[in-house]
Ligand binder design. Structure first.
Ligand code: TXA
Ligand code: MG
Length: 334
C-alpha cells in the first residue's frame, strides 16, 4: 500500500473506513507518527500489539478529536475528570499532552492494557484532527495509537520511517515531518495529584502553572507501573551504542582515538574536532525544541550510516530540555 498524502480528503476517508473495518492505519501527529486502530474494538487493538511486537498488557494512548466530538469521546472513555485535569485539558488540548484518567468501565479494555485507567490525548496536527473527525462520523470515537515503531525502537517522525518499520502492507497517511519530534508529555491524573510519567514538549513548569498543583515525579509513587513502556529505562534506542558525555569528555575521547577513530558519530552543541575523516561530526542546535524535532531522525540517520557508536553532548539543565534529556538517557541505557 502506498504512503497517502494526508491533505487529500480521499486518503482521510480511506483511512477512516479502514479503521472502521478493524484495520490499522499509521497517521501523523505533531509529536511522532502513531499506529492507529479503533480504540473501542479489542480485536482491532490486538492487531496493534501484534504488529508492534508489544506485550499486550502495555496500555496505549487513545486519541480523540477536538471540540464537541472530543468532549463526547472523553465522557465515553473516561470518568469525570478531577478539576486539575480539566484545567490541563483547557490549557493544552489540542496539543502534545496525554492525560491518564480513570477509565469508564466496559470500554477500551484492550487499549488500556486491562488497567482501570486510560491514556487520552487530543493531537494538534491538522491531519490527525481531520482523521479523528472522519472517524467520529463513521462511529469510531477514538483511535488507539502507540508510536508507529516496533517495540523498543526509535519513534518515527516521517511517513518514510513508518514504512521502514512496517513495510508496504500498512496504510500510512503522510502529514510531513513531525513538528515536536518527541512523544507527548504524560501526566497521570488518576491519583488525586498530578504525576509526571513522561516529560515532553509541554514542560513541568507549564503544567504546574496551568493546574495550580505541584507535579509529582514517577519515582515518588509507591508502586511505579512497570507496564508504562515509555517509562522503561531502556527504550527509544538506535542500533548503535549511544553515550552521553560533556563536551570536554567528547573531545578527549576523539583525541585519544586520533586518526584511527572510525564508525563514530558525534552530535554536539560545541565545536568538536577529530583527526579522523571517518568520524561523523554533526552540530546540535542550541534550542531545545529544534533538538527535539531532529532527535529521532538524527539517530536513524546515524544508524543508516552504519556507525557503531553515537556520542552525544549532554543537554543543558532546565525544564525545556527535560524531554530531550529523558529520551537520550533511555537510548543510552539500551
Ligand atoms: O506523542 C505520543 O504520545 C505518541 C503519539 C502517537 O500520540 N504516542 C505514544 O504512544 O508515544 P506510546 O504507546 O509509544 O507511549 C504511550 C505511553 C506508554 O508508556 C504507555 O505505557 C503509557 O503511555 N500509558 C498509556 N496508557 C497508560 C495508563 N493507563 N497508565 C499508565 N501509562 C499509560
Ligand atoms: Mg512508543
Amino acid at each position: 500500500m502506498p504512503i497517502r498524502d494526508g491533505r487529500s480528503p480521499d486518503a482521510i476517508e480511506e483511512a477512516a473506513r479502514t479503521l472502521r473495518a478493524g484495520g490499522l492505519v499509521a497517521f501523523p501527529t505533531e509529536t511522532v507518527y502513531g499506529l492507529g486502530a479503533d480504540a473501542a474494538s479489542d480485536e482491532a487493538v490486538a492487531g496493534i500489539f501484534k504488529a508492534k511486537g508489544r506485550p499486550s498488557n502495555h496500555p496505549l494512548i487513545v486519541h480523540v478529536a477536538a471540540g464537541m466530538k472530543g468532549t463526547e469521546a472523553l465522557s465515553r472513555f473516561a470518568q469525570p475528570l478531577p478539576p486539575f485535569a480539566q484545567k490541563l485539558v483547557q490549557a493544552f488540548w489540542p496539543g502534545p499532552l496525554t492525560l491518564i484518567v480513570t477509565r469508564q468501565p466496559g470500554v477500551a479494555a484492550a487499549a488500556a492494557g486491562g488497567q482501570d485507567t486510560i491514556g487520552l490525548r487530543c493531537p494538534a496536527h491538522p491531519v490527525a484532527q481531520a482523521l479523528l473527525v472522519a472517524c467520529a462520523e463513521h462511529g469510531v470515537a477514538g483511535i488507539a495509537g502507540p508510536s508507529a515503531n516496533r517495540f523498543g525502537r526509535v519513534s518515527p517522525t516521517l511517513a518514510e520511517h513508518v514504512r521502514q518499520e512496517f513495510g508496504d502492507e500498512l496504510l500510512v497517511i503522510d502529514g510531513g515531518p513531525c513538528d515536536v519530534g518527541i512523544e507527548s508529555t504524560i501526566v497521570d491524573c488518576s491519583r488525586g495529584q498530578p504525576v509526571l510519567l513522561r516529560p515532553g514538549a509541554i514542560t513541568r513548569t507549564q503544567i504546574e502553572a496551568a493546574c495550580g498543583e505541584t507535579l509529582r515525579d514517577r519515582h515518588e509513587l509507591a508502586a511505579p507501573d512497570p507496564r508504562a513502556s515509555g517509562t522503561l529505562e531502556a527504550h527509544y534506542a538506535p542500533s548503535a551504542k549511544l553515550r552521553l558525555m560533556d563536551a570536554k569528555a567528547l573531545q578527549t575521547g576523539l583525541d585519544v582515538l586520533g586518526p584511527n577513530a572510525a564508525h563514530i558519530a558525534v552530535w554536539s552543541r560545541c565545536a568538536i574536532k577529530s583527526r579522523s575523516q571517518r568520524v561523523l561530526l554533526r552540530r546540535m542546535p542550541d534550542d531545545a525544541a529544534a533538538v527535539a524535532r531532529q532527535l529521532f531522525a538524527t539517530l536513524r540517520a546515524f544508524d543508516d550510516e552504519g556507525v557503531k557508536l553515537i556520542w552525544v553532548e549532554t543537554p543543558p539543565p532546565g525544564p525545556e530540555w527535560e524531554g530531550v534529556h529523558d529520551r537520550l538517557q533511555r537510548a543510552a541505557a539500551a
